[in-house]
Design a protein around this ligand. Structure first.
Ligand code: NAD
Length: 492
């Protein structure tokens, strides 16, 4: 079982052609346990040459893998599912150690990742095409799906398992080869993902990992043999990846930053709303692309809501996510801790009312910042506009549902949005008028399961086909439509 002790100091290697190989560069970056500040590994900041090596290997592996019957490919996914399930506790501990989220959050993440493997194992049905027996006299048409080649995946630090699992299981199940660049801040989990995939029977070279930062990303974006790119990360990098990848004529899906708004109406169950909002805003230290960062509350219930919110927030247990009962872990790095404190100062400077001050619970043991709540926030304030990606929650008070929706729609982001109400008409109005791709009704984190698309809008997504669901099958395949004439036999 992984412990911080057993991890200390390990020097990671890239995973190319089923082997662990040293990067061509000697530059390494420290990987921290954010709850203790211990260095748990050193990750190579690999080069474009490392990407070229991986692409060459992946291209050769693709030529064989694409010809393996889809049900045989799916069987490797079934084995993988079994192994991931058997190792789920070890995987969850690794996530907590390198990311800082609580063990129960990490366990949830592992299950969400495994669900993606489960969905991808359905490739034989998912890859089926369509056909029409008669489109003209004696003529039929059939549509077949094929893999596209080598696919590159670029992942963020906040879900070291789930986000890569949005990408490579489906890409590989439908016949592609894959090169993953995990976040350099959370590289350890993917090492285990690769080892287990090999043990599941995946041929060498079909799944590869190149660790690093910008150079690896640029290597992936520019390599002519990499035909498609799945990116998940912040808005500026997502925009850059989408533009440069598209410029190089690749398929790109770039899932980007977020600022998720939750509306609480006068007829909501306040206690239930608060419990869900706390889970959403402060769970995983607010480092979730579906985290609630703004509550837009109707004036009639605002004081009652805030009183309950403050009461429950004060009871939040902070600490190392491996410890029992800990709900709120650290943010990922010292610079994120400082950035969060900077936003708290900015909120005060711009006139918001600080109700809970996370600076009171900053600790030097790790990169901790306490849960923070601002009331009387307005849409011109920086804390309302920017993605803070930390446990900082803004409250904005409005007259009614119409104003709540109009206010929310001013955000440049549109990943998820939720409403707490007991009125069906309000729910329908919200659903029809809100700008967001993933909606929650009386719940705090409306993250869709593997078989639905993860469908952000506006600056939360660049591209056409989203991750997961049928979108992912379309993204990772291309089609051939065959039109055929079979003259009717003559029986004269
Ligand atoms: P990030 O954008 O800093 O990094 C993402 C990836 O891009 C990493 O692998 C990183 O090494 C690479 N990268 C970073 N800067 C780069 C640059 N200048 N040039 C090339 N590559 C670069 O994101 P992060 O901090 O790791 O993750 C948090 C962000 O991810 C948040 O904005 C969050 O909302 C977003 N996110 C979005 C979703 C979604 O579904 N929309 C899901 C998870 C996370």
């Amino acid at each position: 079982m992984a412990t911080a002790e057993t991890l200390t100091g390990q020097k990671l290697k890239n995973y190319i052609n089923g082997e662990w190989v040293e990067s061509k560069r000697t530059q390494y970056e420290d990987v921290y346990n954010p709850a203790t500040k211990e260095i748990i590994a050193r990750v190579p900041i690999s080069t474009v040459e490392d990407v070229e090596h991986a692409a060459e290997v992946a291209k050769a592996a693709f030529e064989k893998w694409k010809g393996v019957p889809v049900q045989k490919r799916a069987r490797v996914l079934f084995n993988y599912h079994q192994l991931l399930t058997e190792h789920k506790d070890e995987l969850a501990r690794l996530i907590t150690i390198e990311n800082g989220k609580s063990l129960s959050e990490a366990q949830g993440e592992v299950l969400r990742g495994i669900e993606n493997v489960e969905f991808a194992a359905g490739a034989p049905s998912l890859m089926m095409g369509d056909s029409l027996s008669t489109i003209a006299t004696d003529i039929e048409a059939t549509n077949y799906r094929y893999p596209i080649g080598v696919v590159g995946g670029i992942a963020p630090f906040n879900f070291p398992m789930m986000v890569p699992c949005w990408m490579f299981p489906m890409a590989i199940a439908v016949g592609n080869a894959f090169i993953l660049k995990p976040s350099e801040k959370t590289p350890l989990l993917t090492k285990k993902l690769a080892e287990l995939f090999k043990e599941a029977g995946l041929p060498d070279g079909v799944f590869n990992i190149v660790y690093g930062a910008h150079d690896v990303v640029n290597g992936i974006l520019d390599h002519p043999e990499i035909k498609a790119i799945s990116f998940v990360g912040s808005k500026p990098v997502g925009e850059y990846v989408y533009k440069r990848g598209s410029e190089n004529l690749k398929r790109v899906q770039a899932l980007a930053g977020a600022k998720n708004h939750v509306i609480v109406l006068n007829d909501a169950d306040v206690e239930e709303a608060v419990t869900n909002i706390i889970g959403s805003a402060f769970g995983s230290a607010g480092e979730r692309c579906m985290a609630c960062s703004v509550v837009t509350v109707e004036e009639g219930i605002a004081d009652k809501f805030l009183a309950e919110l403050t009461k429950q927030t004060k009871n939040i247990k902070m600490g190392n996510g491996l410890d029992d009962g800990v709900f709120l872990g650290p943010v990922i790095r010292e610079e994120n801790q400082k950035r969060t404190i900077g936003y708290i100062e900015k909120g005060i400077e711009e006139g918001a009312a600080l109700v809970c001050d996370g600076r009171d619970r900053v600790s030097d043991d790790g990169f901790f910042v306490g849960p923070t709540i601002f009331d009387h926030v307005t849409t011109d304030m920086t804390i309302w506009k920017d993605e803070i990606f930390a446990p900082v929650l803004s409250i904005i008070r409005v007259k009614n549902l119409k104003e709540a929706v109009e206010t929310t729609n001013k955000s440049e982001f549109a990943n998820g949005s939720c409403i707490f109400t007991s009125n069906a008409s309000s729910i329908r109005y919200f659903r029809e008028n809100i700008d967001a791709g993933m909606l929650g009704i009386n719940l705090g984190v409306p993250a869709p399961m593997a078989f639905f698309p993860f469908s952000g809008w506006k600056s939360s997504f660049f591209g056409t086909l989203h991750a997961n669901g049928k979108d992912s099958v379309d993204f990772y395949t291309r089609k051939k439509v065959v039109t055929a004439r079979y003259k009717s036999p003559s029986f004269e």
